[in-house]
Design a protein around this ligand. Sequence first.
Ligand SMILES: [Zn+2]
Length: 225
Amino acid sequence: MVFFDQTMLLLIPAVLLSVFAQWKVKSTFQKYSQVSGSRGLSGAQAADVLARRENVPVAIRPGQGFLSDHFDPQSNSLVLSPEVYNGRSLASLGVAAHELGHALQKKHGYAPLMLRSGLVPLANFGSQLSMFLFIAGIFAHIEVLQTAGILLFSLAVLFTLVTLPVEFDASARAVKLLQAHGIVSESELPGVKKVLNAAALTYVGAAVMALTQLLRLILIARSDD
Ligand SMILES: [Zn+2]
């Protein structure tokens, strides 16, 4: 059986890491959403100040859902969750500046972001079709279908890997911007960094999970030979 075999055990560390990362980002965000920034700016205001100073033409809109913050490159807008949009905490400032970091990446043609955008349709297509081909290949014992499934799944894995430099870079830009434009003080920076590092860990968890799944597929295919 494809889904219940001993390679399932390989998933345990990846699942534990993902669960830990989810807990970590939530608890760190909640902790630092209680710590107000000394300048009294909301996430939306801080993003607006940074966007003007850095000359990045973005719309800043409120979104819905906890930690649903993202930069939409198509409409050039920062969509900030209610806590980040309205909040005046270090957590809100960090996340808002991180999303502006993505807007700056687009403005400067940051290569991993371009690659990541190009991979979105391929990764979606790959992750949907790959399992179908792979499972069909296992049941019918057709190696070429198994290989095609693995190659398509690799596109989804590649997407999670390319996401890592994009996210780390956006956080590095956020810290620099907040510091350079005096949005947060030196003593407030460590709190902001903790929030951003916790958020980055969720992307590491997703990448480890995807790599482990790929390893499983390869092992299952090999044992089918
Ligand atoms: Zn991001």
